[in-house]
Design a protein around this ligand. Structure first.
Ligand code: 13P
Length: 253
């Protein structure tokens, strides 16, 4: 089964519209019009419009939002609906990032509501899962990943899941410089695919792209991507600079 790799930049709370535009102009020059991998950039909400404009002529790079609300509209001060995001033209929405879970209190049920709303709107989710160091050291790795998948993906239709992306991001590897070794990453990804197979059937599970995230940089991209169940990367810090992000995209190809 060959899955086209997908490399996504998660800019978190960095770069407004002007910086996003400047990055994209430089990045697109470095990538040079063709890529062996799907590339996605996720700026902050306020920079999505500018990024979409800067990507207007891109054949390589799509756009993602970092979050969404699950309701269509209403009294939800500070929130952004999926309809607003599709109006701008996002291709993907990241949901369930560990920072949303730990800082903003999002649980698997909220993530499930967002995943369902995205599927209903025809927008592809990038669904983040991953264990803390405490959970890993306590022997809870598989139980945590299984719960996040079973509850987070509950009730989603198998045919739409084939288009979804899962991002495995061990919390202890995010922004710490510690990366899961290629074997550790493969082991977790294989387990995730096994659970996806139980939930949606093996054929669909074989199509779902599973990204690795956590201190991905140009130097460790190729060895991670060489693992059979690692189909891409969700990149934080090293995606903020066009040179390093373009190198990651090239090394992944
Ligand atoms: P870093 O690449 O900075 O570790 O961040 C990973 C991440 O959280 C991407 O979503």
């Amino acid at each position: 089964m060959s899955r086209r790799p997908i490399i996504a930049a998660n800019w978190k709370m960095h770069k407004g519209p002007a910086e996003a535009t400047e990055f994209i102009d430089e990045f697109e020059n470095l990538i040079g019009g063709s890529s062996a991998v799907d590339i996605v950039i996720s700026p902050a909400f306020v920079a999505l419009g500018a990024a979409k404009g800067a990507l207007a002529n891109s054949d390589t790079t799509g756009l993602a939002a970092q979050n969404c609300h699950f309701e269509e509209k209403g009294a939800f001060t500070g929130e952004v609906s999926i309809g607003m995001l599709t109006e701008i033209g996002v291709d993907y929405v990241i949901i369930g990032h560990s920072e949303r879970r730990s800082i903003f209190g999002e649980d698997d049920a909220i993530i499930n509501a967002k995943a369902k709303a995205l599927h209903a709107a025809g927008v592809k989710p990038i669904i983040c899962i991953g264990e803390t160091l405490e959970e890993r050291e306590g022997g809870q790795l598989e139980a945590v990943l299984r719960r996040q998948l079973e509850v987070g993906l509950e009730g989603l239709s198998a045919d739409k899941m084939a288009e979804a992306v899962i991002a495995y991001e061990p919390v202890w590897a995010i922004g710490t410089g510690k990366t899961a070794g290629p074997d550790e990453a493969q082991e977790a990804h294989a387990f995730v695919r096994k659970v996806l197979g139980e939930l949606f059937g093996e054929e669909v599970a074989a199509k779902i792209r599973i990204q690795y995230g956590g201190s991905v940089k140009p130097a460790n991209t190729a060895e991670l991507m060489a693992q059979p169940d690692v189909d891409g990367a969700l990149v934080g810090g090293a995606s903020l600079e066009p040179g390093s992000f373009s190198e990651i995209c090239k090394n992944a190809g």
